[in-house]
Each structure stands twice: as structure tokens, then as C-alpha cells.
Design a protein around this ligand. Structure first.
Ligand SMILES: Nc1ncnc2c1ncn2[C@@H]1O[C@H](COP(=O)(O)OP(=O)(O)OP(=O)(O)O)[C@@H](O)[C@H]1O
Ligand SMILES: O=C(O)[C@@H](O)C(=O)CO
Length: 410
């Protein structure tokens, strides 16, 4: 079995759907949840979703060590450390410390570093990470509030975070095929090896080259390149019910375009940040009632930022971001528990983490792909409801996602 440790919840489902696309039977375990032997039986891969992307290195290493121990005790023979395709981290970030710990535990002396996800425009060429046609440092990630990416060479991003050397393998070698890449990895004078990957064929070459490695690392793209276990996808059911809601804590430009597109045909309502901070119960009540009042068959959208100017950092000296997460998480709990909503599309990694935790979900069963890196999953909540959930990374998905995603449940 392949065991994966993902540093956020949307990244975990992104990796899971790439594995499923590649013929793996896969599920996502939330944080410390043990799915139990019967749920693990027959899986080719199990992804543990952590919420460590911006955690202090010590905390992230401790959580990742726990995840590694669980995966190994459940029979994982190959470990995949999943981070963001835009390598979201700072010089104090935890990608290096987590890789150092996992590689030491597994005795892995060479580890590939492959953030590329070409299907979503993330490519690595001559060691530099690109987003579309732009270097990472010239993409919107330059202005990310928590992990502003102001350099693009992956080795330069990783070096300050690790005590080991970092080398590069360039496209000239990748073009020569898996054997050349395998030999170059073995000969690299470094523990970490950033490998150029500009398209899915490069990922297949790399995947074949690292097929027997005990440890690989990257975005989700590498999962498409790993050799397929050749199993047929398991059956999947979204459970009963048809009522829908879209909950957006993400403030990314992509999510804002998706909100604007949905607003042309669907009811939309913005969370009031001041009420979220000052009187969260009032805002939770208002949102729950508003969603329930919308016509049957619609997919009401609750969002927190429709434009850049909506981003308010503080109200009365108190931070807005956790208040918005709390309101969305509590509203989700009520919408599922009291209003009987069973289909939820959630935008944003932090937001997804807050809502999945509030619903008391332990395991996500992976269903159909909606867009690159976004899929439906089904899960049982702590309250005993079965829900269909799509967890969308802030930057993923086409503009029409909030109206088209439901077709995949039909
Ligand atoms: N109007 C607002 N003012 C302040 N903070 C907000 C506002 N709207 C949303 N937020 C906060 O911004 C954060 C968005 O993070 P989240 O990870 O959910 O989305 P993202 O960064 O777009 O997605 P991803 O991490 O998947 O790329 C959340 O903590 C949310 O509560
Ligand atoms: O790799 C990506 O870009 C995504 O899976 C993700 O982790 C964004 O949060």
C-alpha cells in the first residue's frame, strides 16, 4: 500500500483523485482517525490529511511523525509526502523539516522533490517553478498572506528549510527516460533531488524512475506518473439527498471568479465580517435560515470575500479569518444536522479543514473527479449523517465550478 501524508485537506483530496485516476483504490483519513482494518482492506493507497501547512516546524514534524507511524503500522510500503504545487512555505517552513524526519525514519538517502502539476499549469524547468507562463515569484502567490513566494528556484526554497543538500536534474536528462533519471538520482550529490517535469509524460518518466523508492515527495502530479496498481476503481455512492450548498472561505482570485459566475443564476449571500466577529451566533443563525429559504434545486453560495476589498483583517482589534472559519464551520454543522443538507462544496484549504473538523468526519471515500485536483467524496459525520463533500483548493477549478460540479453526482 502507498501511504501519503498531505499538509492540508484540499491537497489530500487533490492527491487522492490523482491516485484514483491512476487506478488506485484510495481513501483519505482525517488527521488522527483510524479507519479500522475493514475500511483499509483492499486499499492501494491511504492519504492522511493533516492541517500543517503553516504550522510551526516542530508541530508539523510531530504530526507528520504520528501519521508516518500509523501508515507504517497499517502496512504502507511506500510513503508520499504531499505539499502544495506552489511549494507554499517560508524559510522557516516545515516542508524541509518534515522531509528530513521522514527520510531519516525510512533510511531514504535520495528523495525526489516534484511539486509540478502540469494540468493546472504548475511546471518545473531548470529547477524553476512556473505557474502558467510566469515564474512562481511573479504569480499571484507572491502576495499570499501567509506564504508569499518571492523566489522560484525550488532548491533555493528548500535549502533554508533542511540540513541536507539539494540537487537538480534537468529536462535534458528527463527526456532520456526512466533509466537515465534513476541513474541521475542515484548519482546526485544530495539527499533531495528536484526533477524537471513540464508535462504528464515527464511525470510518467519520473514515476517509473522512482517506482521502487520508499519515499517520494511532491504535489499531486507525481501520483499520475507512478505505475498503476492496475485495479479497477471501487464503486462509490454519494448517499441520499439532493439539497446543496456552497461554502466559500477562500478569498483567492479563482474562487472570486467562481462566486461571480454562480451569482448569475444562483442565490448568493456574503458573510458579514463584523457580525462574524461580534456576534457569531447571530450570523450562523442568519446563514442557516437564508440557505433553507432558497428555492429547491438551487445551489446557494455563502461566501466571505467577493472582491479583494472585502478582506478585512480585524474588527474591533480581533482577527476576522478565524471568525469566518468558525461561522462557516458551525453553519455547516447546522445545515447538515438540522436542515438535512447532504451535498456540500467547500472552497479553501483552511475553510475545508474547519468544516470537516466541525462535522466530525474521519474518513473520506473518494468519488468522481470534478476538475483537475477537485473531486466528490462521501463521508459519515459524527452526527450519523452521510454527506457528499467536494473540497476545493482556493486556486483550483473552472469559473463555472459552483454550478457544474453537481452534474458529477447525477
Ligand atoms: N472577508 C474576509 N476577511 C478576512 N479573512 C477572510 C475573509 N474571507 C475569508 N477569510 C479567511 O481567509 C482564509 C482563506 O483561507 P482558505 O485556505 O480557506 O482559502 P485559500 O487560501 O483561498 O485556499 P487554499 O489554501 O486552498 O489555497 C480563511 O481563514 C478565511 O476565514
Ligand atoms: O498542490 C496543490 O496545489 C493543492 O493540492 C494544494 O495543496 C492547495 O492547497
Amino acid at each position: 500500500m502507498l501511504g501519503a501524508i498531505a499538509d492540508d485537506f484540499t491537497g489530500a483530496t487533490d492527491l487522492a483523485i490523482m491516485l484514483r485516476r491512476n487506478g488506485y483504490r484510495v481513501a483519505v483519513a482525517i488527521e488522527e482517525h483510524d479507519p479500522g482494518a475493514s475500511a483499509r482492506t483492499g486499499l492501494d493507497a491511504l492519504v492522511i490529511a493533516l492541517k500543517t501547512r503553516t504550522a510551526p516546524a516542530g508541530d508539523a514534524v510531530a504530526s507528520s511523525r504520528g501519521a508516518l507511524d500509523r501508515l507504517r503500522s497499517w502496512g504502507a510500503e511506500q510513503i508520499y509526502v504531499k505539499y502544495c504545487s506552489t511549494f507554499d512555505s517560508t524559510d522557516e517552513g516545515n516542508i524541509g523539516p518534515v522531509l528530513d524526519m521522514v527520510s531519516e525514519e525510512l533510511g531514504a538517502e535520495r528523495v525526489v522533490v516534484a511539486p509540478a502539476l502540469p494540468a493546472n499549469g504548475r511546471t518545473v524547468y531548470h529547477g524553476h517553478l512556473f505557474v502558467g507562463g510566469d515564474l512562481l515569484e511573479h504569480s499571484s502567490m507572491r502576495h499570499h498572506p501567509l506564504t508569499p513566494m518571492t523566489r522560484s528556484r525550488v532548491a533555493d526554497l528548500l535549502r533554508p528549510q533542511t540540513r541536507y543538500a539539494v540537487a537538480e536534474i534537468h529536462h535534458e536528462t528527463v527526456r532520456q527516460g526512466p533509466q537515465a533519471v534513476r541513474a541521475a538520482i542515484a548519482a546526485a550529490p544530495a539527499r533531495y533531488v528536484v526533477v524537471d517535469t513540464i508535462d504528464d509524460e515527464d511525470l510518467r518518466v519520473l514515476g517509473a524512475a522512482v517506482a521502487g523508492s520508499t519515499l517520494v515527495s511532491g504535489g499531486s502530479g507525481l501520483a499520475c506518473g507512478l505505475p498503476s496498481p492496475g485495479t479497477t476503481a471501487d464503486t462509490w455512492s454519494p448517499g441520499q439527498g439532493a439539497s446543496r450548498v456552497v461554502l466559500c472561505g477562500s478569498a483567492s482570485a479563482t474562487t472570486r471568479r467562481q462566486i461571480a459566475a454562480a451569482a448569475r443564476t444562483q442565490p448568493v449571500r456574503r458573510i458579514d465580517p463584523a457580525t462574524a466577529v461580534r456576534d457569531p451566533e447571530k450570523e450562523i443563525d442568519a446563514i442557516t435560515q437564508w440557505v433553507q429559504a432558497q428555492p429547491a434545486g438551487t445551489a446557494p453560495v455563502v461566501y466571505a470575500a467577493g472582491e479583494q476589498a472585502d478582506l478585512v483583517h480585524e474588527v474591533d482589534g480581533r482577527p476576522v479569518a478565524p471568525a469566518v472559519e468558525h461561522v462557516l464551520a458551525r453553519a455547516a454543522r447546522r445545515l447538515v444536522g438540522q436542515a438535512g443538507i447532504t451535498r456540500l462544496l467547500i472552497a479553501g484549504g483552511e475553510t475545508s479543514g474547519a468544516i470537516v473538523r466541525a462535522l466530525g468526519i474521519g474518513l473520506l471515500r473518494i468519488g468522481p473527479e470534478i476538475a483537475t485536483g477537485v473531486c466528490w467524496s462521501s463521508a459519515d459525520t459524527a452526527g450519523g449523517e452521510t454527506v457528499a463533500l467536494a473540497l476545493k483548493s482556493g486556486n483550483f477549478g473552472p469559473d463555472h465550478l459552483f454550478t457544474s460540479a453537481w452534474d458529477r453526482l447525477a
